[in-house]
Write a protein that binds this ligand. Sequence first.
Ligand code: GLU
Length: 298
Amino acid sequence: MTGNGRYAPSPSGDLHVGNLRTALLAWLFARSTGHGFLMRMEDLDERSVDGADERQLAELAAIGVDWDPPVLYQSSRRARYAEVIDSLTDAGRTFECFCTRREILDAPRAPHAPEGAYPGTCLHLSDTELRERRESGRPPAIRLRCDTTEFTVDDLLRGAYTGLVDDFVLRRGDGTPAYNLAVVVDDAETEVDQVVRGDDLLASAPRQAYLATLLGYEPPTYAHAPLVINANGMRLSKRDGAVTLEDLAAQGVSAQDVLDLIARSLNMAGPDESVTAGQLLGRFDPAALPRGAWVWST
Ligand code: GLU
């Protein structure tokens, strides 16, 4: 059975050309393979801005990306995430972690511990230590008690990718469900079997696929697309001048122009050609996509 693809923006502001390009790619992958295409607002954390969701949806529509309703808001799913965390706790799969970010960075590590892995500080607290920490008043994060150090995912653009899995956070100390948990539960429960997103998230895919497996879900197939970078080789951001549809429109660059630029950057349109998203769908060939980053310069 063919499931769904999706685009899952964080509604923290207007989308920039890099976000729009990734969204278009996710849409092309899904619609060219008979997948449904879902839209999910990752609005759990404090970076969410009121009204940014509606603006982002309008921006996506302006370049011809459509989706199968309804738009899913992660903020409406908190009870479900709590249930999943409780089920992992009941299965002995979680522990409370009282570490600050600083303590984690400064913790002594075993000589061959993988770079960036949680050092295990709160993994084996005695009952007394646990009580003391609970009484200290600092609310704990909940971490996954994992039993591996790496996991391999299947990526349509990168091939097999093996990366670090550690005792990662499922719920932050402030009670917010962690991105890695919410993404896995939502993808599985909305039948997403194709995840197309920016390659800044490649390193989280092994953790997510591992968690999916633990929860009894089949991990999705991934395609991590190269990001758009600025002239200095840094990931494109709002600081790079006119990069949103609104900013570009003020400079006389229309949404159609942006779609054409994106299509050219994907080797899917000629230098003077104007295209529709529908035309791109007919031309889409993942094997022909450029493998390097797109340098945005204005
Ligand atoms: N919300 C994440 C972001 O905007 C994307 C998450 C995902 O695609 O898995 O970076």
